[in-house]
Design a protein around this ligand. Structure first.
Ligand code: AMP
Length: 112
């Protein structure tokens, strides 16, 4: 098991977050440093450090994260205009928090 992260504290409600969605598997909240007018992070309640640590048993969970991103884009009113879903992996991929998360952001024109 890897070290805990700030996202564990958010999951435990030890630090505040602007939560936009929760179910038995996932939590989604607004990124504290948004890169676009809408910028949500979608995290599993189960801690998986990086995508490299996911295994076939996590397939449904990962799919659920993707579909939740689309659902939240619809709710935020940006689905038709378009948005981006991104997962950073390890240092070279720009990952800072080692608890997998999808970034879902949009609400402005994003670079191609
Ligand atoms: P990554 O670089 O993919 O690991 O992304 C981590 C993201 O977590 C960054 O976009 C941060 O702005 C965001 N972040 C860090 N701490 C918090 C927090 N307490 N609440 C919300 N977002 C956070």
């Amino acid at each position: 098991m890897t070290d805990t992260t700030i996202f564990d504290k958010i999951l435990a409600r030890e630090i505040p977050a602007d939560i936009v969605y929760e179910d038995e598997l996932l939590l989604a909240f607004k990124d504290i440093a948004p890169k676009a007018p809408v910028h949500y992070l979608i995290i599993p309640k189960q801690r998986i450090a990086t995508l490299n640590d996911a295994n076939p048993a996590d397939q449904a969970l990962l799919g659920h994260m993707m579909l939740t991103a689309a659902q939240l884009a619809h709710k935020a009113g940006i689905a038709e205009d378009g948005y981006r879903v991104q997962m950073n992996v390890n240092k070279g991929g720009g990952q800072v928090v080692y608890h997998i998360h999808l970034h879902m952001f949009g609400g402005r024109q994003l670079d191609a």
